[in-house]
Design a protein around this ligand. Structure first.
Ligand SMILES: [Cu+2]
Length: 66
């Protein structure tokens, strides 16, 4: 089990946070996803690959980097 911390940019409100959280939780291998607005960040636990996490966040219209 890994813990991956990402910097997420582009989130402006609680709705953004829940969109990113749901997108991350939908990825297979994600056990837990914690997303915060300020600062924009995501903490993900599980076995999912980093590139899958980034792709899911970008598909929602936000930017993610380590
Ligand atoms: Cu929003």
């Amino acid at each position: 089990m890994n813990e991956i911390n990402l910097k997420v940019t582009g989130m402006t409100c609680g709705h953004c946070v829940s969109s990113v959280t749901k997108a991350l939780q939908a990825i297979s291998g994600v056990e837990q996803a914690e997303v915060t607005l300020k600062p924009g960040a995501a903490k993900v636990r599980g076995t999912a690959k980093l590139e899958d996490l980034v792709a899911a966040i970008e598909a929602e219209g936000y930017k993610a980097e380590v």
